[in-house]
Ligand binder design. Structure first.
Ligand code: MG
Length: 366
């Protein structure tokens, strides 16, 4: 069986997406380049991943398997040559980092067709009607026999190095390969293996990669009593004559938020996870508990995207502490909090209790 290095070109300028390089943008829970690298790393026949990066990305490349990084050059061909020289296998697949959705089936099909004489490319027939526009003149182009070419493209490494050196201005490795007199084969490409070029491509990729969201609801109520601290969202409200009664710090806002997160994660409520009769949680800092709840949600595959909450309190008036509360909880996730009076109705209106409702939106990340 032939052994392949998977060489990912991520050293381009990315100018069409503005100043940020699309291949390093986050897609789902990881950078764009990692999507194809992760598949390659577990594909039988692929022995290593080589990533061609701009020099400024040195030291920030992370993956749960070894990745050999090399710097790109001033032009695409020079970048690819650096990657090919760093590759240690006799065969290479050269892939564009901006194609995150290539599959293992495609990699395997390419490897099966490759030999020392023949390079292989994935192609897709053109399915739209084509037009050529030359100034004001629009003409039709016959699409029969026309294909678009994708990556990865698969070759014998030493021969490809010579070809790219000889034809540095070729549009892709396959063109340089053929110009050098080598044979080229093709396999069926994949529609999903499209290249992220424009902003809209990234939006499509996000829709495909980021998957489902869930919403959870949380609720809490505590008695208001004298001589207790009043803590909301981790912020101690100064000089409050009344505070919330409870086993922990009685931070009912953080408690409702935790229950919303647990709810969306499919987990039981905070009372089951941090029992009120457990001495360990006496006067506990609820932000510490929130950290634990987020860890539990993450272990279930969920990331908190946004939290909204309503705190109902007749006394004290809390609106002037809103910025401090948003800053405190904003360290964990995007958040909004509103404070409402109870219109002097019921226990909350009589200043006997405080109530909170929270909604958390979670996104599946793995
Ligand atoms: Mg509570």
């Amino acid at each position: 069986m032939l052994r392949f290095s998977f060489v990912i070109a991520a050293g381009g300028s990315g100018s069409r997406m503005g100043s940020r390089r699309k291949q390093f943008m986050t897609l789902g829970n990881k950078p764009v380049w990692r999507w194809s690298a992760d598949i390659a790393a577990k594909t039988p026949g692929i022995d290593e991943v080589v990533l061609i990066i701009p020099a400024e990305y040195d030291g920030i490349i992370e993956a749960p398997y070894p990745v050999k990084t090399v710097h790109g050059g001033s032009e695409r061909a020079l970048s690819v040559l650096n990657g090919l020289r760093a590759a240690s296998c006799d065969y290479v697949m050269v892939h564009d980092a901006a194609r995150p959705f290539a599959t293992q089936e495609l990699f395997s099909a390419l490897m099966a067709e490759t030999d020392s004489d023949s390079g292989v490319v994935p192609v897709l027939p053109v399915s739209d009607a084509l037009k050529r526009i030359d100034g004001e003149v629009i003409s039709c182009v016959e699409r029969d026999g026309l294909y678009i070419t994708q990556t990865p493209q698969s070759f014998q490494r030493d021969k490809l190095i010579e070809a790219v050196k000889q034809y540095p201005h070729a549009k892709d490795e396959a063109e340089a390969w053929q110009a050098s007199g080598h044979a080229l084969r093709y396999v069926a490409g994949e529609k999903m293996n499209y290249k992220i070029t424009q902003k809209e491509d990234m939006m499509t990729a996000r829709a495909l990669a980021e998957g489902t969201t869930r919403t959870g609801l949380g609720y809490d109520v505590h008695r208001l009593v004298p001589e207790r601290r009043l803590v909301l969202g981790g912020v101690e409200i100064p000089d409050s004559p009344l505070g919330l009664l409870g086993h922990s710090d009685a931070d009912l806002l953080t408690h409702a938020v935790m229950d919303a997160i647990l709810g969306a994660s499919g987990l039981p409520d905070i009372g089951s996870i941090f029992p009120a009769d457990d001495e360990k949680f006496r006067d506990a800092d609820s932000l510490g508990l929130l950290r634990e709840v987020m860890r539990l949600a993450e272990a279930e595959g969920w990331r908190v995207e946004f939290v909204d909450a309503v705190v109902q309190a007749q006394v004290p008036r809390l609106n002037k502490y809103r910025d401090a509360v948003l800053e405190s909880l904003g360290k964990f996730f995007a958040v909004n909090v509103k404070f409402k009076s109870a219109e002097t109705l019921d226990d909350a209106g009589a200043g006997l209790s405080m109530t909170c409702w929270a909604c958390a939106t979670l996104r599946r990340v793995n």
